[in-house]
Design a protein around this ligand. Structure first.
Ligand SMILES: *Cc1c(COP(=O)(O)O)cnc(C)c1O
Length: 388
């Protein structure tokens, strides 16, 4: 018999009742060290006091009014994002998938309004942009699209990081290029800075818009507020979600004035997007994470973690192959099957997340205490020993 919950997930057989920082308490009272952070969502850990205070304070005042009216909390968060990034304007959503939908619509509308419609969007193998019909067409992998056709037309898929293939595929008909500066679901694959720069140049040469999907790698995860800052290039449109809400469902599409020029009144909308609760929390998250001292700490913790992971790989060559990633978006490329490694970590009460390319992801809260990093390394070591 089918379960009451549609069985689209392969779930671990335990549930949590409480969280604090990087620790979760299960129904049976046992504690787990959380290196998944709700898949890079709980950027400040569970039950961060400032976020709890902000959410409760806003909850007592106003939850929802709709975008029929001005929303001051939304305006404040938009202004903060504009001040801290390349962007001139922001649209708020409730998820990453919704940011993909708007990014695609915005890019096509931009060219349409210029009197030269373009539909072709270049995307990359291993990409993940969400699960809507548009987002699966953008990602293109057989696993995501099989059985759901006909797909939205207009997407071309190229190998990730293959500049020659991009150069051959891009043309004056290309509407946009959409890419994750660091692929998350694809296996923590970082695009070299030179590739991001080359991408920007090719888009400029052909008048195509450049869309960065920073849903997973953004909001401090890489050690910069946004991952593309490492390469010194900016996109025309950027998708943000996951970490920005710190656990509250919130997403945002950031754009330059030019890229957004086609999106006038009535061209897009969302009932819940940019509601007072989400935006109040998002503003607090952004205030904490965008601080230079906070971001420097992310990089310091990353170096500490990485060093331990490198020696873990050296000690367990039959389990692990290499360390990947940037900041606190780290991956371990496995020799053993990654799901076996995730299960061995569960046995040590350590939560890690599998990704494609036989990788396990380590995406802890960005404020993970050093002692929790040390504890995580000890548990990873015991788990690896149990299967090697
Ligand atoms: C998670 C993710 C999405 C989709 O976000 P949802 O909130 O699950 O809709 C899109 N792009 C990237 C890079 C992601 O990691």
């Amino acid at each position: 018999m089918i379960s009451a919950v549609l069985p689209t997930y392969n779930r671990a057989p335990f549930a949590f009742v409480k969280g604090e920082g990087c620790w979760l308490t299960a129904e049976d009272g046992s504690r787990y060290l959380d290196l998944g952070a709700g898949i890079a969502v709980n950027a400040l850990g569970h039950a961060h006091p400032d976020l709890v205070a902000t959410l409760t304070e806003q909850a007592q005042k106003l939850w929802h009014v709709s975008n029929v009216y001005r929303i001051p909390e939304q305006e404040r968060l938009a202004e903060a994002l504009v001040e801290k990034t390349f962007a001139d304007t922001v649209f708020f959503t409730n998820s990453g998938t919704e940011t993909a939908e708007l990014a695609i619509k915005m890019a096509r509308k931009y060219h349409y309004e210029k009197g030269q419609p373009r539909a072709e969007i270049i995307a990359f193998e291993g990409a993940f942009h969400g699960r809507s019909t548009g987002a699966i067409a953008a990602a293109g992998s057989e696993k995501m699209v099989k059985g759901f056709g006909p797909l939205m037309p207009g997407f071309t898929h190229l190998p990730f990081g293959d500049h020659a293939a991009l150069k051959a595929a891009i043309s004056d008909k290309t509407c946009a290029v959409i890419i994750e500066p660091i692929q998350g679901e694809g296996g923590i694959r970082t695009l070299p800075d030179a590739c991001l720069k080359g991408l920007r140049d090719l888009c400029d040469q052909h008048g195509a818009l450049l869309i960065f999907d920073e849903v997973q790698c953004g909001v401090g995860r890489s050690g910069k507020l946004f991952a593309h800052e490492w390469a010194g290039v900016t996109p025309d449109i950027m998708m943000v979600a996951k970490g920005i809400g710190g656990g509250f469902p919130l997403g945002a599409v950031l754009a330059t004035e030019a890229a957004a020029s086609g999106m006038g009144a009535g061209s897009h909308g969302s009932t819940y997007g940019g509601n007072p609760l989400g935006c109040a929390v998002g503003a607090k998250v952004l205030e904490i994470i965008s601080d230079d001292a906070f971001l420097a700490e992310v990089s310091r913790k990353s170096a500490l973690f990485r060093q331990g992971l490198e020696s873990l790989v050296a000690r367990h060559p039959t389990v692990y192959e290499a360390v990947r990633g940037q900041g606190l978006m780290l991956g371990l490329k496995c020799k053993a099957t990654n799901t076996d490694v995730v299960n061995a970590n569960y046995a040590q009460h350590l939560l890690t997340v599998a990704a494609a390319d036989n990788v396990i992801r380590l995406l802890p809260a960005l404020n993970i205490p050093d002692v929790d990093i040390t504890e995580a390394l000890a548990r990873l070591d015991r788990a690896a020993a149990s299967i090697s």
